[in-house]
Design a protein around this ligand. Structure first.
Ligand code: ATP
Length: 235
């Protein structure tokens, strides 16, 4: 059976200690699409990803993944069910080399990519196999971080600002990679400040403001919404 929604979030609330950050977030991600969360700094985009992954102190509401409620599940269980999160800070271990970083995630599901498949997708990582994390450029670290989550076999990928701090030529490569992943059947939930980059990739957009989704539209509706979007994002 084809699922209508890969992920469905309803009435999501989240807190850091006493600080109430998400207020009734609601959105859906369809199988195989690229959905981008847009919004200003501090709007709550990262917190939405962390809530889905189960790595925030407190969350309430409903989060359905492939039809199962994961709103109370641990992050381990969520990972085993097939969601992967690539954080903004990338999480590359500087004292480990590329191969060791790639070997870190246990292959949690069938369909996790072998190292050979990883090197097909990321030929430059193969050349850097024995380089330590610290010796990698920002772009190589980002590629490694994405490659590493593909090892887990997750088909639902959450990428937090993958273009942050990278040169334009590397940003293009990351865009091509995300297109390839989409063509291979992955579903991608992307957080991006780089609107130009996101607009070349995303099937749909959700706008996050003050911990709520205040608007959403399809890529085809983008031209008609540019003015509104400029106001939301302050660009
Ligand atoms: P950015 O692009 O700046 O990361 P964002 O939209 O991803 O923005 P979040 O990181 O989700 O925003 O932050 C939402 C709110 O939660 C902000 O007000 C932020 O200051 C606060 N916040 C984020 N992380 C923590 C934390 N660990 N402890 C307390 N407050 C936090």
């Amino acid at each position: 059976v084809q699922l209508r929604d890969h992920l469905a979030v309803e009435q999501l609330e989240a807190w850091y200690g006493d600080s109430h950050v998400l207020h009734g977030v609601q959105f859906k991600v369809r199988p195989g699409e690229v959905l981008t969360l847009l919004g200003r700094n501090g709007a709550g985009k990262t917190t939405i990803l962390k809530s889905v992954m189960g790595i925030i102190g407190k969350r309430t509401g409903s989060i359905q993944f492939e039809g199962q409620d994961i709103s109370r599940a641990s992050s381990d269980r969520i990972a085993r069910l097939g969601i992967a999160f690539c954080p903004e800070e990338r999480g590359i271990f500087s004292s480990l080399d590329v191969r060791e970083n790639l070997m870190l995630p246990p292959q949690v599901r069938d369909g996790g990519l072998s190292l050979d498949k990883i090197f097909d997708l990321f030929p430059n990582l193969k050349e850097r196999l024995t380089s330590q994390g610290t010796k990698l450029s920002g772009g190589e670290q980002q590629m490694l971080a994405i490659a590493r989550i593909l090892r887990t076999g997750a088909k639902f990928l959450m990428l937090d600002e993958p273009t942050e701090g990278l040169a334009p030529v590397i940003i293009l490569q990351i865009g091509e990679l995300i297109k390839r992943l989409k063509l291979s059947g992955y579903t991608i939930l992307l957080v991006e400040q780089n609107f130009r980059f996101a607009s070349t990739l995303a099937d749909r957009f959700c706008v996050v403001e003050h911990g709520r989704i205040i608007d959403q539209f399809e890529a085809s509706e983008l031209p008609a919404n540019m003015e509104k979007l400029h106001q939301y994002l302050g660009v």
